[in-house]
Design a protein around this ligand. Structure first.
Ligand SMILES: Cc1cc2nc3c(=O)[nH]c(=O)nc-3n(C[C@H](O)[C@H](O)[C@H](O)COP(=O)(O)O)c2cc1C
Length: 188
């Protein structure tokens, strides 16, 4: 029997006081019960890549560093990706771009969607990331998710007051993404 396809829920902010991991964990646990896929967190803070330090372009796949080979193995092991990321100054986090740029062929043809968040949902980060994922020849799904995190949703330390309540309105959209991801993985 074929094993369950694994989808990486990539935690795309590594700030020490980030809310990204909590949002990514919500996405992972909310998507899982209805899905035939297995969603797993991949936290870029734990992956711990340096700034791109490979002498050769990733497309040549001649990696000098073990951290690149380990990242390559990890990315290769997943059937699809759900990137979770905040909007930073109308763009997306540099740490995520760095992690993407480390590899090239490993991303090809893998289905991808993303969950952005910000005070207006992170639509500018979403647009930029979609372009880059296309450049990496990923199969960007029709749907993604833009979660609005209002100032009233966070406390004085900018931590989420109630992640379930804040993100619940996005459940239907997450479900649509899971359905598209399932179809895309089946078509691989
Ligand atoms: C460098 C930086 C830039 C930001 N730029 C934006 C922005 O363009 N739009 C927005 O809605 N929020 C912006 N914010 C607020 C973030 O949405 C908020 O801090 C969020 O918690 C960041 O995600 P994180 O805590 O997981 O890193 C910015 C925050 C930081 C740290």
């Amino acid at each position: 029997m074929a094993s369950t396809p694994r989808i990486a829920v990539v935690v795309g902010s590594t700030r020490p006081t980030r809310i990204c991991r909590e949002i990514a964990t919500w996405a992972q646990t909310a998507a899982q019960p209805h899905s035939s896929l297995r969603y797993e967190l991949v936290d870029l803070a734990e992956v711990g890549l340096p700034f791109l330090d490979e002498p050769l372009m990733a497309s040549l796949q001649q990696y000098e560093h073990e951290h690149t080979r380990a990242w390559s193995r990890l990315v290769t092991s997943f059937a699809g990706f759900l990137f979770v990321l905040p909007q930073y100054n109308w763009g997306y986090p540099a740490v995520l771009k760095n992690a993407l740029d480390f590899l090239y062929h490993e991303w090809h043809d893998k289905p991808a969607s993303f969950l952005t968040y910000g005070t207006r949902g992170g639509n500018r980060a979403a647009a930029q990331l979609a372009t880059v994922l296309q450049g990496l020849q990923m199969r960007v799904l029709d749907d993604h998710l833009e979660a609005v995190i209002a100032k009233t949703d966070v406390d004085d330390d900018w931590q989420l007051k109630d992640v379930e309540a804040i993100l619940r309105p996005n459940l239907a959209q997450l479900r649509k993404i899971d359905i598209q991801m399932t179809e895309a993985v089946a078509g691989c």
